[in-house]
Structures are given as structure tokens and as C-alpha cells.
Design a protein around this ligand. Structure first.
Ligand SMILES: CC(C)(COP(=O)(O)OP(=O)(O)OC[C@H]1O[C@@H](n2cnc3c(N)ncnc32)[C@H](O)[C@@H]1OP(=O)(O)O)[C@@H](O)C(=O)NCCC(=O)NCCSC(=O)C[C@H](O)C(=O)O
Ligand SMILES: [Mg+2]
Length: 271
């Protein structure tokens, strides 16, 4: 599956064997084995080894990635080296604030990098980061970003809107994928659905997640729904070229391309 087609991107601590086993049973499009904030310092090395083993054992047709620790931590170097020889499809790099950080990880790990934008500096450098050699996608890191911006815990996402739109713009200008941040309230699936819909409307390709119960919600919102898919197929079949009337609205070549992209996404996710 192309990264851009992923709807549900599930984080789990690489130190949690039960979560690794569970992830292999879930309909998520991507798994991200975390070595950073979800893993305590005294478990980092064992988690790195567990991640490499889990990657070798595979995650079926799900995309598999590892979030490593940042440069300057005791684990960063070893993790980059471990990724080079691993079966990871991507390395996720947290707290990125420059294109150089992406290039450094790409040159050692030899894996395409997904950069997390989690600070004011990261947002302001998003264009440079997205355009860096080896950068395959961007994730919002909204927990850290909220704190860095001084937005109180529990506030809505209004204060993050400009940052999120800037990150989507940077990703699109570079032609790479971009994914919304995690939703912390584990038992509030209605709230998650509303946040997925808001992220979809901003242009995000999918949502990063933290719990199995969240997967179906993200798949539902970011997977094309049956009506949109049927509409796209009718549009493709009806189009003859140039501007024309289709079911009461004007369509042109770009609408046909958009409909084809939607059908390709649906096929990629097995709809
Ligand atoms: C948040 C959790 C710690 C909650 O754990 P818990 O209450 O134990 O979960 P459940 O009892 O409801 O679990 C039910 C079963 O599901 C499995 N499980 C739980 N979470 C996951 C998961 N993420 N992936 C796969 N499987 C999972 C449990 O093992 C149970 O199964 P079983 O054992 O067979 O009964 C926990 O959900 C969790 O650790 N989530 C992920 C946390 C994480 O990875 N955090 C890092 C990413 S967040 C981020 O990136 C923030 C960003 O940096 C920012 O700044 O915004
Ligand atoms: Mg973070």
C-alpha cells in the first residue's frame, strides 16, 4: 500500500508484546512501533530488539514503521543502525525542526523518514523538512505542539488550526503524505470521529491512533464511503472530456483525475 493511502496508523509501545500480537489481528493500515515516549528509559534497549524481531516476523500487508528517539539521546545512534538492517518500511522521527535532521536519519538508516512536527520551530520549518531528501511524510504531534504553543490541556484544536494547515500545505507542496495527530480520549469514539472528519476536511490523508478501538473509526472516515465511491465510478464512466454537465454539476478533467484517485485509494484499502 502507498503511504498516502493509509487511513489508520496505529502507534504501540515496542516494549508491549501483547500489543504487537494484537496489532497483527487489527484492520489498521500501518503499525508504528514506538521507541520514544511510550517506552521508559530503562526499557529502551530491550524495546529496540523487540521491534527488530517483530518487524522480521512481519505485520502482514500492513505498512510497518518504528518511531526512534531524537538525536542527542543515548539511544538514537543505535536505533538508526538497527533500522538499516531491519524490515521497517519507514522510520518515524519525532520533534523534527530542520531538514538536516531528516537527511541525517535517512543517510544512516537508509529508510524513508516520516517527520513529526511537534513544535513552533517545526511548524515554521515544515517546508524545508517536507522537501528534505528522504522525507516521505509528515505526522502532526499535537500533544507536544499544544504544550510548546502554550495552549492549555483540554482546549480544543482551534489554536492548532494554522499549524495544521501549514503542515498540510508543506506536505502537498513537496508531494508527500500527511497525517493528523492522535486523539487521547480512549473512550470517546464520537469525539474521535468528529476529529477525524475535521482532519479529513483539512486535507490529512489519515489519522495516527493509539488504541485498537480507534481503528474502525479512522477507516470509516478516511476510507471513501460507498456513496462517494459510486459517485466517482459514475463520473469516470460518464466523462467524455472537457467541461460538461454531470448530475447537475460542472466537471472537467481534474474532477475525473480526482475520481480516479479516489477509486485507486478504495482499491488499495480493499473496498
Ligand atoms: C493508552 C494505552 C496505555 C491503554 O492501555 P490499556 O488500558 O491497557 O488498553 P486496553 O486494556 O483497552 O487494551 C485492550 C487490548 O488492546 C491491546 N492494545 C492496547 N493498545 C494497543 C495498541 N496501541 N496497539 C495494539 N494493541 C493495543 C491491549 O494489549 C489489549 O489486548 P490484550 O492484551 O490481548 O488483552 C495503550 O492503548 C497504549 O499503549 N497505546 C499506545 C501508546 C503509544 O504508543 N503512544 C505513543 C504514540 S502517541 C504520540 O505519538 C503523541 C505525539 O508524540 C504527540 O506529541 O502528540
Ligand atoms: Mg510527541
Amino acid at each position: 500500500m502507498l503511504l498516502r493511502h493509509a487511513r489508520s496508523l496505529l502507534f504501540l509501545p515496542a516494549s508491549n508484546a501483547r500489543a504487537i500480537a494484537k496489532a497483527r489481528t487489527l484492520p489498521c493500515d500501518m503499525v508504528i512501533l514506538d521507541l520514544e515516549d511510550a517506552v521508559p528509559d530503562d526499557a529502551k534497549e530491550a524495546a529496540r530488539e523487540a521491534a527488530v524481531t517483530a518487524l522480521a516476523e512481519g505485520f502482514g500487508d500492513r505498512i510497518a514503521a518504528v518511531r526512534i528517539n531524537v538525536a542527542g539521546t543515548p539511544w538514537h545512534g543505535m536505533e538508526m543502525v538497527a533500522m538499516k538492517g531491519s524490515a521497517a518500511d519507514y522510520v518515524v522521527l519525532p520533534k523534527v525542526e530542520s531538514g538536516r535532521q531528516v537527511r541525517d536519519v535517512y543517510s544512516v538508516s537508509q529508510k524513508p523518514v516520516i517527520a513529526m512536527i511537534e513544535s513552533a520551530r517545526g511548524v515554521l520549518a515544515a517546508v524545508e523538512i517536507a522537501g528534505a531528501e528522504g522525507c516521505a511524510g509528515l505526522f502532526m504531534g499535537n500533544n507536544d505542539l499544544r504544550r510548546d504553543l502554550g495552549i492549555p490541556a483540554g482546549a480544543g484544536r482551534e489554536g492548532l488550526a494554522l499549524a495544521m494547515q501549514s503542515v498540510v500545505l508543506a506536505a502537498r507542496a513537496a508531494g508527500i503524505a500527511v497525517f493528523d495527530g492522535v486523539y487521547n480520549r480512549l473512550d470517546d469514539l464520537a469525539g474521535l470521529e468528529a476529529e477525524c472528519a475535521a482532519g479529513h476536511a483539512l486535507g490529512f490523508d489519515g489519522k495516527t491512533l493509539i488504541h485498537p478501538a480507534q481503528v474502525a473509526v479512522a477507516n470509516g472516515v478516511f476510507g471513501p464511503d460507498a456513496q462517494a465511491l459510486a459517485d466517482a465510478r459514475r463520473l469516470i464512466a460518464a466523462a467524455t472530456g472537457g467541461a460538461e454537465r454531470f448530475e447537475g454539476r460542472m466537471i472537467e478533467a481534474m474532477h475525473v483525475e480526482e475520481a480516479r484517485a479516489l477509486v485507486a485509494r478504495a482499491e488499495a484499502v480493499g473496498l
